[in-house]
Design a binder for this molecule. Structure first.
Ligand SMILES: Cc1cc2nc3c(=O)[nH]c(=O)nc-3n(C[C@H](O)[C@H](O)[C@H](O)COP(=O)(O)O)c2cc1C
Length: 244
């Protein structure tokens, strides 16, 4: 999204996507590795490779979008080849990024940004999880865009990932209360919770969760606005009581 003429966010016109040549794919892999190296040099604790939400690596995974007939299209192994080459390249700069400090993000069932829901999700995502597990990758970060199945104790996806991946499993999407976080941790279906929107409207979210204090609701109208309003101006509890 970019600010439109009236300042409101609009989708940027990106033009018709083009098929990457093999050389361009190699360049992409190199760019990920270079970025990871710079991040670690800058003092990051680790890097997360974003393979979710319809971004480039997810486009390769999605069989409805990936129509290549070379080594990067067709079979599941081929469609995940680019992501795993990126993982291996990031890992190869091992002096900078040890495998346990690498995370990979996925969004099973996701249809955001033009993706079509995976036809075999319980085959696809555990397959990747096993590949990451073999490589000793530290974290698999699972984002549920629709905030439904990840909270359903009877749903098969998180247990299937748990069986396939023995590193840290991060669950994300719609975790708004300590109870919701504790429930999935107690089931053993995740080790960590990632939180987005509540963090925007509660700069002291961790402290509020610790104290079971009420959470401020976010204002979705200020998302993607381009300015600081709605991002840095929500008060912390201490500021609120000072104001009162
Ligand atoms: C304002 C805003 C912008 C976001 N931008 C992106 C983005 O550019 N790419 C992406 O993959 N996810 C994006 N997300 C999703 C977050 O990364 C995160 O997965 C999500 O907010 C977590 O769910 P929760 O907000 O229910 O905790 C965005 C979320 C918000 C609220």
């Amino acid at each position: 999204m970019i600010p439109g003429p009236d300042g409101k966010p609009v989708a940027a016109d990106c033009g018709q996507p083009e098929v990457l040549s093999i050389q361009e794919i190699h360049d992409v892999v190199g760019e990920f590795a270079h970025a990871a190296k710079l991040a670690m040099q800058a003092g990051f604790d680790g890097v997360e490779i974003h393979g979710a939400n319809g971004y480039l690596l997810d486009q390769f995974r999605c069989p409805a979008v990936n129509n290549r007939n070379d080594a990067y299209g067709g079979s599941l192994a081929n469609r995940y080849r680019l992501l795993l080459e990126v993982v291996d390249a990031v890992d190869a700069v091992a002096a900078h990024v040890a495998p346990e400090r690498i995370a990979v993000r996925q969004s099973p069932y996701g249809q955001g940004n033009g993706m079509v829901a995976d036809p075999e999700p319980l085959k696809t995502y555990p397959w990747l999880a096993r590949e990451l597990n073999q490589r000793g990758i530290g974290f698999l970060h699972i984002y549920c865009q629709t905030i439904d199945w990840i909270h359903d104790a009877t749903h098969s996806m998180m247990p299937a990932l748990r069986d396939s991946f023995h590193g840290g499993l991060i669950a994300c999407g719609g975790f708004k209360t300590p109870a919701a976080c504790e429930a999935i941790l107690a089931r053993g279906h995740a080790d960590l919770i990632a939180i987005g929107k509540p963090f925007i409207s509660n700069p002291d979210l961790v402290e509020r969760l610790r104290r079971d204090a009420p959470l401020a609701k976010w204002d979705a109208a200020s998302f993607y606005g381009g300015g600081e309003r709605g991002y840095t101006d929500y008060p912390a509890l201490s500021q609120k009581s000072a104001l009162a």
